[in-house]
Design a protein around this ligand. Structure first.
Ligand code: RP5
Length: 178
């Protein structure tokens, strides 16, 4: 890991528990990132300055998480042409639906990609895939990660099949092929 290529930013330190999964996913792939707390509403000037200078600092993708009226990803995307991946955070009684709509419902011309509510790991992985489009080594690491998670599912499949194997007597197969 060396020069940060991804900026991971969140509206409050209360978002960190969720957003750490994006940082972890990037670390697994040896991608360095900047991590900041910047608020579209409470520190708007700092947030805009950070986004305006992001590309010059070498950042190539921004991952922005926010809850409630989650304007952070959108305002960052308004002042940079870097791709922005938004993470809606469940921070209110609306359980993230408020943030999901605020992030996804961007006007034409200012795109923000939205992952699932609290889906910070996928935001990190999506940022990695964007970088990997022009980096064969990184794409190979992403391929490896997919292969590893496929093996984990095959292990789970084997354990579930084993558990129900004996119930196949009497024509009840539970949909498992032999
Ligand atoms: C949003 O308001 C933040 O992204 C956070 O999810 C939410 C609550 O912030 P705090 O009151 O915990 O600082 O701007």
């Amino acid at each position: 890991m060396s020069i940060p290529l991804v900026g991971v930013v969140m509206g409050s330190d209360s978002d960190l528990e969720v957003m750490e999964a994006a940082v972890d996913a990037l670390a697994e792939l040896d991608i360095a990132c900047e991590v900041r707390v910047l608020s579209a509403h409470r520190t708007p000037d700092d947030a805009l300055e950070w986004a305006r200078t992001a590309a010059d600092r070498g950042l190539r993708v921004l991952v922005a998480g926010a809850g409630m009226a989650a304007h952070l990803p959108g305002v960052l995307a308004a002042v940079t042409s870097l791709p922005v991946v938004g993470v809606p955070i469940a921070a209110s009684r609306l359980q993230g639906m408020d943030a999901l709509l605020a992030i996804a419902q961007m006007p034409p011309g200012v795109p923000v990609g939205a992952v699932a509510v609290d889906g910070a790991r996928n935001a990190g992985l999506l940022a990695a895939r964007i970088l990997g489009a022009h980096d064969d080594g990184l794409r190979a690491r992403l391929d490896e990660l997919r292969a590893t998670q496929a093996d984990k599912v095959r292990d789970k499949d084997a354990r579930v099949r084993e558990r129900f194997e004996h119930r196949r007597e009497g024509g009840v197969t539970f949909g498992f092929s032999s």
